[in-house]
Ligand binder design. Structure first.
Ligand code: HEC
Ligand code: HEC
Length: 320
């Protein structure tokens, strides 16, 4: 049946009103950024394992949580080293001083200066897999990746997009940027850390390695002296966190990061627009290495250790 005259007239009116609205909006520019209701972080408690629902979604969330806790056991092909996600993202990713993953679902896609691109949360996970775990890119369409993302969405419940949160920028910046002394760090390591992480830094079982072929790669944030000092200062020794001075934390970071560790293929392309932080231990555009480790362990599958930036869809020209 053809559209009745009345309906057609109404349609014309609606279109005209819409056009008028657009015209007004263009004529009188107004503040268009929506104001975000202040997020009250103090009143927010991240959901915990006991809050995981008993349904299909809950099963995925739980698998994601277990992948974080038992990464090498669950993903021996992709993460064959001695590190697990919770080696750094302590307390199942909920600990505020240990690069918390709470709210991460609300922070991506995000511009990452190290990649010089806007990246997704799945790509961010692959950065940690390839660099912090010295592993191989996990397929973005895999069930394992989906499960980890499901867990991040779960622990981001009620965190609005754009919310300001403690730890939203990773490890807390050290107030004073000091220079570590590796010899002093070694002496402190031998009295305070060796009992767990062992003299050769190889760790033991649930205690992760701090250097050597099974530890984090040179491309991980932890390879930067200031980042490692922040983690150590706020979280170590495990039994008495907060007892080290800032200088001791930098000394320990300098000692730990002076040792050999896995290479990170493609690292020379990091910070493609320049602006690498001072303590990055390898050369990038416009940046000289800062205290490079003694040597690097070559990667078994170098091509699988590089996370590509998002590419223009096949056959499309792309936009500038
Ligand atoms: C060696 C330590 C380490 C390990 C192991 C590690 N990460 Fe990370 N991760 C970090 C640090 C540090 C940051 C924050 C970057 C910074 O502070 O410079 C981070 C950031 C992230 C982020 C971004 C969070 C945000 O909101 O910006 C995600 C997601 C993430 N890690 C997931 C994982 C997953 C999943 C695993 C295990 C497969 C993992 N990480 C293993 C150290 C680690
Ligand atoms: C009581 C045992 C214990 C002691 C002592 C200890 N750690 Fe740890 N450390 C751990 C455990 C366990 C983890 C993994 C995080 C977790 O499971 O909570 C860890 C994680 C780390 C990490 C991040 C993961 C990695 O492998 O790089 C660093 C760095 C670290 N410790 C440095 C130190 C330093 C430096 C000292 C001495 C000041 C120290 N630790 C003392 C048990 C210990």
């Amino acid at each position: 049946m053809p559209v009745s005259r009345v309906a057609r007239t109404r349609l014309v009116v609606v279109v005209a009103v819409a056009a008028a609205t657009v015209a007004t909006a263009c004529a009188e520019p107004r503040e268009t950024t929506p104001t975000l209701a202040a997020f009250n972080e103090a009143a927010w408690t991240p959901p915990r394992e006991a809050d995981i629902p008993a349904d299909s979604m809950g099963a995925s969330i739980r698998r994601g949580l277990y992948l974080l806790r038992f990464t090498p056991e669950s993903l021996p092909t992709y993460a064959p080293g001695g590190m697990r996600c919770t080696s750094c993202h302590q307390e199942d990713g909920l600990k505020a001083t240990a690069a918390p993953l709470t709210g991460s679902h609300s922070r991506f896609p995000k511009y990452m200066p190290r990649s010089g691109a806007v990246i997704t949360l799945a790509d961010r996970v692959n950065y940690c897999i390839t660099r912090s775990l010295a592993g191989s890119v996990l397929p973005v369409g895999s069930r394992e990746m989906t499960d980890m993302l499901a867990y991040f969405a779960f622990i981001s419940r009620d965190v609005p997009v754009g919310a300001k949160m403690a730890g939203a920028n990773g490890l807390i910046s050290m107030k004073d940027t000091l220079v570590g002394d590796a010899a002093r760090g070694r002496a402190k390591y031998e009295t305070t850390c060796v009992v767990c992480h062992l003299a050769d830094g190889a760790g033991n079982g649930a205690i992760p390695p701090l250097w050597g072929p099974r530890s984090y790669s040179i491309g991980a944030s932890m390879s930067r002296e200031e980042r490692a000092a922040s983690f150590i200062s706020h979280n170590m020794p495990q039994t008495a966190p907060g007892t080290l001075t800032a200088q001791e934390s930098f000394d320990l970071a300098a000692y730990i990061n002076s040792h050999p560790r896995p290479d990170s293929p493609g690292k020379e392309n990091d910070w493609p627009m320049g602006g690498a932080p001072k303590d990055v231990p390898y050369a990038t555009p416009g940046h000289e290495p800062y205290r490079a480790p003694a040597s690097l362990v070559p990667r078994a599958r170098p091509a699988d250790a590089v996370v590509p930036n998002p590419r223009t869809a096949r056959g499309e020209k792309g936009m500038k």
